[in-house]
Design a protein around this ligand. Structure first.
Ligand code: GUN
Length: 297
């Protein structure tokens, strides 16, 4: 069997287009553009690329982008003061503090300082609690993007066996909550799981988010399963001195067995920023008290 390729890049482009339409409608109704503030501390090159892309795509969707770049030696108190200012700014609908933060800062404390109703990353404990109890809040962008791709591919997920490999706060745990909400039977596997191949083999849906290049092999996959690869790992390429991106799934072998699979790059990756923009326009409507059918975006 050769798997169908799930085109996250195309899906994300469609989602950004829908966000753009809703953003224009928001501006017409509220008299202002929706706004996303991104805070970057330090000069981590990967974070700088993410932040630049977020800014560009925010503007392209017709929203305002506020960027706060702070030096790596900024004190935690100064960062908290920036967050407080953004909490109080009515032009700012969503706040994202780029992670990781420098080691002298307490990430949980900084996230806890963000107003949960502007926490478009869905990292605040209030939003984590809302997700696990089924209340409306904000859901972390990468797992929400994965569920959107799964529902687009499969329709209803009800009753399916799902295995999430990885238990991080950003992907694995919220992914499990979202799949439970879709009435899947969910197993969360991780580095201490016994007989991981056997656990993965019973899944109709496999979500790999462990950060280990090409760890999940084709022999682990149930024939016809849907495979979502969240990994983005840079490894040495075929040519001397060159590198390439691979996921957490061994694409060559898995695509021979799976029914459908996300590629790396071009699968889950492009979804993250598109969902962030979606969460931001949702936040703008909620905070301005303007009605929006959130199921349409
Ligand atoms: N660093 C890498 N991905 C993310 C993300 O989705 N949100 C934040 N805040 N930081 C990140």
């Amino acid at each position: 069997m050769t798997a169908q390729i799930i085109d996250g890049k195309a899906f994300a482009a469609g989602l950004r287009e829908r966000v753009g339409t809703v953003a224009a409608d928001f501006e017409a109704k509220s008299g202002r553009k929706a706004g996303l503030a991104v805070v970057l501390v330090g000069e981590d090159p990967a974070s700088q690329v993410y932040v630049r892309n977020k800014g560009k795509q925010t503007l392209a969707c017709g929203m305002k982008s506020f960027e706060h770049k702070l030096s790596a030696d900024t004190s935690e108190a100064d960062l908290l003061a920036v967050v407080e200012k953004l909490n109080a700014d009515p032009a700012v609908d969503g706040i994202l503090v780029q992670l990781p933060l420098p080691s002298h800062m307490n990430e949980q404390k900084v996230i806890a300082a963000i107003n949960p109703d502007k926490d478009v990353d869905g990292f605040h404990v209030v939003n984590v609690g809302r997700l696990s109890t089924g209340l409306p809040g904000f859901v972390p962008c990468t797992p929400l993007g994965c569920v959107m791709l799964l529902k687009d591919q499969l329709g209803s997920l009800s009753g399916l066996d799902a295995v999430v490999v990885g238990r991080s706060n950003i992907v694995g745990k919220p992914m499990a909550q979202l799949l439970i909400a879709e009435s899947c039977t969910v197993t969360v596997a991780h580095s201490r799981t016994q007989d991981l191949p056997e656990v993965v083999r019973r899944a109709d849906i496999v979500v790999a988010a462990v950060g280990r290049p090409e760890m999940v092999k084709g022999e682990w996959i149930k024939p016809g399963a849907t495979v979502i690869d969240v990994g983005i790992n840079r490894v040495p390429g075929a040519e001397e001195g060159k590198t390439k991106l691979v996921g957490d799934v061994d694409f060559a072998s898995a695509s021979e067995v799976a029914g459908a699979i996300t590629p790396v790059p071009g699968g889950v990756g492009p979804m993250t920023i598109a969902v962030l923009l979606r969460n931001t326009i949702v936040a703008a409507h909620r905070n301005a008290g303007i009605e929006l059918d959130e199921s349409t975006i």
